[in-house]
Design a protein around this ligand. Structure first.
Ligand SMILES: *Cc1c(COP(=O)(O)O)cnc(C)c1O
Length: 392
């Protein structure tokens, strides 16, 4: 800690924290956040080295578990989510893995939404089972169904809202009650909304997962992830697991995502506004069968979404008339959108989930005609023109 550290007054708003929280200036007095590319840190003497390793003296040791740039990212994201502690990880999947291996043991049980990221399904269903951690997947958001899936050994309840690709919205407060009644913790993957739109801890969740790869960086440059929650939940579990096992965030990635956080709200607000415009337009297009967007009154959980999140977000899913062939024609006719599986970028992305990201899990026929767009920052009118090329 240097004595030039910023001391912020209490009660600052999210936009202020996004650019001010987590700054710990070095003795050089740099204005912007410094990038500490160093694997280890020097100690003034052997005694201090021993004190730091024993945890009796603060200060950095080794970048697998202590790096000032990574710490700055962790403190800033924690401030934005209203969390006591944040553990940064190498990717979103590394965050989910670190949470599970840090907090669970053989014999423990997870109750998870079935509408979650494909790799998360795979991690729970294929990999964690090998270590004696079983997962029950629940379809839909009815709390009674979630309650029925709970077992005495359930330690973790897991969901994503809105979900990918059909933007299903889950009631965080209601499912937090189900988890807590069963003696379990609720973890929410807040990737799609980010703290700019939704604050899961305020709604009763215990843990937040982020893929920093998406909106937090927001410019499609690096992988990163985070687990957030109370210090008492994370310090001796997720943090100690990461310290030992090493799925850590690199200082360079932390520095990029830290700068990404500064513009998170303006980006997500603009991307949500563009998404609403494109979603409304798609809904009125004769070649479109159906649109899924939480910001549209036609969305089955529109009221819940508007209670729980500030705006509709930037993911729009739609089904075109004519099945998979028609869907592929729309995708292949675009000249502006990027055909890629990423989202949360400044560049709009377009995917056919049924044959790519969600090939394993979406058996429903309608998904064969489904297209998911992750709205970027282009002019919405240019995106509409781009879709018309294939929609006709
Ligand atoms: C991308 C994504 C992840 C995984 O994050 P990576 O950074 O790609 O490992 C997890 N959850 C959701 C909702 C995602 O979109």
């Amino acid at each position: 800690m240097s004595d030039t550290r910023n001391i912020l007054p209490p009660g600052l708003q999210a936009e202020t924290l996004a650019v001010r929280a987590g700054i710990d200036r070095s003795h050089h007095g740099e204005h912007t956040e410094a990038l500490f590319l160093t694997s280890s840190f020097v100690f003034p003497n052997a005694h201090e080295a021993a004190e730091r390793f024993q945890g009796r003296s603060p200060g950095n040791i080794y970048s697998r578990f202590t790096n000032p740039t990574v710490t700055a990212f962790e403190e800033r994201l924690a401030a934005m989510e209203g969390a006591e502690m944040c553990v940064a990880t190498a990717s979103g999947m590394a965050a989910i893995l670190s949470m599970c291996l840090g907090m669970l043991k053989s014999g423990d049980h997870i109750v998870s939404s079935g509408s979650i990221f494909g790799s998360t399904v795979n991690l729970f269903a294929k990999w964690l089972t090998r270590y004696g951690i079983e997962t029950s997947f629940v379809a839909g958001g009815d709390p009674a169904a979630w309650r029925a899936a709970m077992r005495p050994s359930t330690r973790l309840v897991y969901l994503e809202t809105p979900s990918n690709p059909l933007t299903e919205v889950f009631d965080i407060a209601a499912l937090a009650t189900v988890a807590h009644d069963g003696g379990a913790l609720l973890a929410v993957d807040n990737c799609f909304c980010t703290p700019a739109l939704q604050k899961p801890l305020d709604l009763g969740a215990d843990l937040i997962i982020h893929s920093a790869t998406k909106y937090l960086d927001g410019q499609g440059r690096v992988l990163g992830g985070a687990v957030l929650g109370a210090r008492a939940l994370l310090q001796d579990t997720v943090y100690q697991f990461l310290r030992t096992a090493g799925p850590s965030m690199s200082a360079f990635n932390a520095w990029l995502v830290l700068k990404g956080l500064e513009t998170l709200k303006v980006r997500v607000d603009a991307q949500s506004a563009g998404a609403l415009q494109v979603a409304r337009w798609l809904e009125s297009h004769p070649a479109v069968e159906r649109v899924w967007y939480p910001g549209l009154p036609s969305h089955p959980q529109h009221a819940l979404a508007m209670r729980q999140q500030r705006l509709g977000g930037a993911i729009v899913s739609f089904e075109v008339k004519g099945g998979r062939e028609a869907a592929w024609r729309v995708i292949d006719s675009t000249q502006v959108c990027s055909i890629t599986a990423n989202l949360g970028d400044t560049k709009t992305t377009i995917t056919h989930p049924a044959t790519t990201t969600h090939g394993r899990i979406s058996a429903e026929e309608r998904a064969a005609a489904g297209i998911t767009e992750g709205l970027g920052l282009e002019a919405p009118e240019d995106l509409q023109d781009d879709l018309v090329r294939g929609l006709g």
